[in-house]
Design a protein around this ligand. Structure first.
Ligand code: ADQ
Length: 452
């Protein structure tokens, strides 16, 4: 079975493996129907139960493609993609959130249980679950409920465009804890509660008061599970990948994304093309390997990106294939890669470009730093990725909206002396080692235990 390409999955799975419990998630395809028992449960070898909820096409269209990916995703990523607010999608979003709340309530959580609700697909689930449980339990016997928002939370005047922002926030505040990746996201969320709903905020405690409770709003930056990445003899694998991809260049630049407009893939290619034009000596021995797996292909914007990417690649290959024997200046890998292949690609690359237009965190930046080991690669990172708060000093920072500046930073990173690359990379690795996905999960659980 192929692992779905998802940052949420990369972050949450190691936490579930450590703590056990039940993970309630929507089904990912037909294989699930055969794998689960009559209660929708799959008891895999990983130490936790997976309870699958099966959606019909109407639920997928309204909840997942419609309100989650078609409205909230573009709204929260200020990346010039117009959110579509359809009342019918909102209604389905409400209904699907209620199904998750019901499935969680059936697990009979009590004061000893922690319920971790993941992401913008389930903003209403915390309040629905709390209301459902309050009918049978006293407040002191309720489970701790946390909602983690994996994507950015923009300023209040942006969020005000959502016709149901009040209901959305009230749904989120059914939690005891609302977590974001950065302090800036928390500040924007608290300001949205105050400005759009008139809720009282305690600035010093970082809480918002709702329904007689103080809800904590905390920055809890996510990270990676180092165990996913194996240490390999990189030079050997580098030869294998170069042969497989038909690359002769000495140096490799790498980018790894879901094929999503917010990841800034076209903007990255534009900057890379400028680099090839203006610094042919650097470009002569360099290939960009872009891993980009199509996703959300039900949405027109995503299908358009795939077509535009194909023409950009064609243009770059035609213009910059200087000599017939020269390697391609850029190669595209569309297939999802397993952890081993990703780790080989990270290890063989001299440069990793993580340049989203806007991103909650960006785990690729952290995965690259972890996998570098003794190899002195350079990380080029967007200032609009949450990861820039932890990595800003040691990565080469870019504004992906400025192609000229972006191209100059690429050249600087490629030309940096080895000692500088080494010093920066060893600090980046230390930052990743100090905080893993498990620390993220532990912090959420500590905050919930503290609430009592
Ligand atoms: P994403 O936008 O999905 O998630 P991102 O942080 O970019 O997340 O991580 C993507 C993950 O998928 C990484 O673990 C990466 O290795 C993997 N991946 C990407 N392309 C792949 C491919 N072709 N094959 C296999 N694996 C691939 C959301 C937010 C992010 C936030 C995460 C976690 O949008 O901002 O960092 O959640 O909170």
């Amino acid at each position: 079975m192929t692992r779905p390409v998802s940052g949420l999955l990369s972050a949450v799975e190691p936490v579930m493996q450590e703590y056990g419990g039940t993970w309630i998630a929507r089904s990912c395809g037909n294989a699930d129907i055969e794998a689960v028992d009559e209660n929708g449960i799959w008891q895999g070898p990983s130490g936790f139960r997976l309870k699958r909820l099966f959606f019909n096409q109407n639920e997928l269209d309204g909840h997942t493609h419609g309100f989650s990916n078609g409205a909230l995703w573009p709204l929260c990523h200020i990346a010039y993609q117009k959110p579509e607010f359809r009342r019918s999608s909102w209604r389905t979003y409400q209904a699907v959130n209620a199904r998750f709340a019901e499935a969680a309530a059936q697990e009979k959580p009590d004061a000893e249980t922690h319920v971790l609700v993941q992401d913008f697909h389930l903003a209403l689930t915390p309040a629905l679950l709390r209301r459902r449980l309050e009918t049978g339990l006293e407040r002191k016997d309720l489970p701790g409920i946390a909602l983690f928002w994996h994507i950015p939370w923009p300023p209040a005047d942006v969020m005000a465009r959502c016709p149901w922002i009040g209901e959305l926030i009230e749904g989120m505040l059914g939690s005891d804890l609302v977590g974001f990746h950065t302090q800036e996201d928390c500040d924007h969320f608290l300001a949205t509660c105050a400005q759009l709903l008139g809720l009282p905020i305690r600035e010093s405690a970082h809480t918002v008061r709702w329904d007689g409770r103080d809800i904590r709003v905390r920055p809890i930056p996510v990270s990676i599970a180092p165990a996913h990445f194996e240490r390999l003899e990189w030079s050997e694998k580098s030869k294998f990948w170069k042969q497989r991809l038909g690359i002769e260049s000495r140096r490799i630049a790498l980018a790894v994304d879901r094929m999503d407009p917010t990841k800034g893939i076209l903007e990255r290619l534009a900057a890379y093309e400028l680099l090839l034009e203006r610094r042919p000596s650097l470009g002569a021995d360099l290939t960009l390997v872009q891993v980009a797996t199509p996703c959300r292909t039900e949405l027109a914007e995503y299908r358009r990106l795939s077509q535009e990417l194909a023409s950009a690649l064609e243009r770059i290959r035609t213009r910059h294939r200087l000599r017939p024997e020269r390697s391609p200046p850029v190669v595209l890998i569309q297939e999802p890669q397993d952890w081993r292949s990703l780790s080989e690609l990270y290890q063989m690359s001299d440069l990793c470009i993580a340049s989203p237009l806007h991103d909650g965190m960006n785990l690729v930046a952290k995965e690259y730093a972890w996998c570098q080991g003794h190899h002195q690669g350079a990380l080029v990172l967007s200032r609009f990725a949450g990861a820039s708060r932890e990595f800003g000093r040691d990565a080469w920072m870019v504004n992906p909206h400025d192609p000229d500046g972006f191209a100059e930073v690429l050249a600087e990173a490629l030309e940096a002396p080895e000692a500088e690359r080494e010093a920066r990379m060893s600090r980046l690795r230390r930052t990743v080692t100090e905080r893993t996905a498990l620390d993220w999960g532990n912090q959420i659980i500590r905050e919930l235990e503290d609430r009592l």
